[in-house]
Design a protein around this ligand. Structure first.
Ligand code: FPP
Length: 366
């Protein structure tokens, strides 16, 4: 594969790079390892919750269905636990050292999903009805809060200096995640958001927790701050690549794969990267899009929009170059993420795995 030229004429790296392909079996094994090692601890943590929060959380994670029957539902890709275990290995510790961190970041991630679905009014996640739809808004808020508290509880009860450092990093990441969500929501009713503002928001809402996931295992394994910071840099840029792909899937994703409603981001008036890049591009499609979105921003109800109305907006975004720009941005951030790994001395096997996970993030369809 040759390097491609981006919408600004710059060279954009290809993913996977020319010298290797995404090792799907390796990635599947890494995600499965994260799930296998973290799920028993996650389940035991959820068992600490008072009823009915234990049941509501079990539904959210796919362990039971809406009627309370045992289920084997989609519990998410488990990218963050996989990263946490690899980061322990990057610091020379066994992957098991990263398990409390893996569970903590997954708890914070799921806290954010529960609240996000409620705030966005999203009805579908992971191929089933969202928690607020099934169990009501109050339970969605409370279980989200409880998962956040559990994350800190699990780390702090380790009682080690390393756990204290890990908790501090997780708390900062969680605050940034909340900053990003507040920025994201505030942009919904703004006519214009710059690409820089959008990238800052996405670095907060997604980059911060991926950064923490990629360093928390290393911190628990006794890594120094320089090593942890370099792994954080990898995770931050990986998070930006992850969110760029999420933004593409939020408009053009197949609901069968994503497990979400069609046009979910357009329904929500999200100023996601494809939208802001298209608005910044100029030209007839960009201007027409700007007019439509300005009217949408004032409209009370996009739920009554037809498929065609959303399709028109998606087509204008694509015509103005927002789709290509965002795909290029995912590849740019991937390259910076993988480059950050050069700042850490680690076994080449671990570096290859962190690279494989980064490749997966960019090519994923869900
Ligand atoms: C405070 C607050 C409400 C913050 C919300 C922040 C938020 C929802 C950010 C989006 C992050 C993201 C890309 C989620 C999908 O992760 P994923 O594809 O890894 O999900 P999975 O676990 O289902 O695979």
């Amino acid at each position: 594969m040759r390097p491609r030229t981006g919408t600004r004429g710059e060279t954009v790296p290809t993913v996977p790079p020319a010298n290797h392909t995404v090792d799907a079996a390796e990635v599947a094994a890494l995600l499965e390892r994260g799930r296998t090692l973290s799920t028993p601890v996650l389940r035991a943590a959820v068992d600490r919750l008072a009823h009915p929060m234990d049941t509501v959380a079990a539904y959210h994670f796919g362990w039971i269905d809406a009627l309370g029957r045992p289920a084997d539902g989609d519990g998410g890709k488990a990218v963050r636990p996989a990263l946490a275990l690899l980061s322990a290995e990057a610091a020379g510790a066994p992957p098991e050292t990263g398990v409390p961190g893996a569970v903590a970041v997954e708890l914070v991630h799921n806290f954010s999903l529960l609240h996000d679905d409620l705030m966005d009014g999203d009805e579908q996640r992971r191929h089933r009805d969202t928690v607020w739809k099934v169990h009501g808004p109050a339970q969605a808020i409370l279980v989200g809060d409880a998962l956040f508290a559990l994350a800190n509880e699990l780390l702090l009860e380790l009682g080690t200096v390393e756990a204290g450092r890990a908790t501090r990093r997780l708390t900062v990441a969680t605050r940034k995640l909340i900053d990003g969500q507040a920025q994201d929501i505030s942009y919904e009713h703004r006519e214009r958001v710059t690409v820089e503002e959008c990238l800052e928001m996405e670095g907060n809402k997604t980059g911060a927790l991926l950064a923490c996931s990629a360093s928390i295992g290393a911190v628990l394994g006794g890594a120094d701050d320089r090593t942890a910071d370099a792994l954080e840099a990898y995770g931050h840029h990986l998070g930006l690549a992850f969110q760029a792909v999420d933004d593409l899937l939020g408009i053009w994703g197949d609901p069968e794969s994503t497990g979400k409603q069609t046009w979910s981001d357009l329904r929500q008036r999200k100023k996601s990267l494809p939208v802001v890049a298209a608005l910044a591009a100029g030209g007839p499609a960009s201007e027409r899009l700007g007019e439509l979105l300005a009217a949408d921003a004032k409209s009370q109800d996009l739920e009554s929009f037809s498929e065609e109305e959303f399709a028109t907006r998606a087509a204008l975004i694509e015509e103005a170059g927002g789709r290509d720009w965002t795909a290029d941005e995912a590849r740019r951030q991937h390259a910076v993420a993988v480059g950050a790994l050069d700042r850490v001395e680690m076994p080449s096997r671990v570096r290859d795995r962190l690279t494989a996970l980064a490749d997966f993030v960019v090519v994923r369809k869900r």
